[in-house]
Design a protein around this ligand. Sequence first.
Ligand SMILES: Cc1cc2nc3c(=O)[nH]c(=O)nc-3n(C[C@H](O)[C@H](O)[C@H](O)COP(=O)(O)OP(=O)(O)OC[C@H]3O[C@@H](n4cnc5c(N)ncnc54)[C@H](O)[C@@H]3O)c2cc1C
Length: 332
Amino acid sequence: MIVVMDHVAVIGAGVSGLTCGVLFAERGYRPAIFAKETGQQTTSGAAGALWFPYDAEPAEKIIPWALRTFEMLADLAGVPASGVAMIELRQFSRTGEIQIPDWAIPLGARPLPSSVISSEPGSEVEKSLTVRFGEFTSGFSLRVPLMDTTIYLDYLAGRFVEVGGQINTNIRFENLEEVDPKFDLVINCAGIGARELVQDFDLEPHRGQVAIVSKIDNLSCAIVCDDPPLMYAIPRGNDCVFGGTNNLSDNLATDPATTHRIVAECSRVLHIDKPRVLAERVGLRPYRRSGVRLEREKLRDGRIVIHNYGHGGSGFTLSWGCAREVVELVPL
Ligand SMILES: Cc1cc2nc3c(=O)[nH]c(=O)nc-3n(C[C@H](O)[C@H](O)[C@H](O)COP(=O)(O)OP(=O)(O)OC[C@H]3O[C@@H](n4cnc5c(N)ncnc54)[C@H](O)[C@@H]3O)c2cc1C
């Protein structure tokens, strides 16, 4: 008997669910997305959304998924409505010589010259707005895709609906067997919500808070330093994302003291007056101790589920690579 699985229910409308939805819809399936929250209200809506593997496991799977995603996003950077753009990322260290990861070299990563790291205040480099004198010890530069979440998530949703996909919101499932039996295939993209949905206590919430501030003159590259205190400044078309934090916590409330600290630290490093805070966002990175869960399983009622969650701090970076593998896992 040939089983054709064309009614697909995707659980989740963050970047993972929307990307899977788009791929299924464009490959001729009839997918519907079901989610408690969509787009801006999800963890995905709080992200800085720069392409870069971070806080996700295991490296041997993460890097191939990330590289596949890089290609897709670099293509999307040619589509103005997508909200994706290529940007120079300057990744810095505060302690010694930064290692350029092996995978970054074919993408064109190169060490930053010492004139950028240690530009004297008032020098030409300083005027073009890099970083404060003496702040970092080394760094490298790489051109990467940046997704403006205020545009990109809507772009994915629009692309999904345009090819016949349906998005159903304000729906919270207690378990996957609750999904309407007319769907013969279920795709689980519930992010941190998978802890309750499929009782996966290997997931832990890596809380991140960011401040969205007004546009910064002359800041044309993203500045990131993962050494404590975690710091990043990511310029977008209409504003700039200042970060950040990464701690184990379920607390979704924004903390004004944290926003104050983030803005003060970024402004200090960039050597600028504090910009106006336009918004504060918190999200729970769905970090999974044993690694991203991307696998097929049977539900108690015999239907097939493909899990795709646990992307930690790399949900955007892995989105297309993982979604393509999800589609490849559909039984023929
Ligand atoms: C501050 C911050 C900065 C970040 N920066 C970056 C970055 O620069 N680059 C990068 O790649 N990643 C970054 N990330 C990580 C990235 O945001 C996440 O990995 C990504 O958003 C996870 O996406 P997702 O679609 O899997 O989950 P989510 O966006 O959390 O979406 C989950 C979806 O599932 C739904 N759901 C959950 N449970 C249920 C249920 N029981 N019933 C129905 N629906 C349910 C939710 O409502 C939601 O729609 C950052 C995260 C944070 C917090």
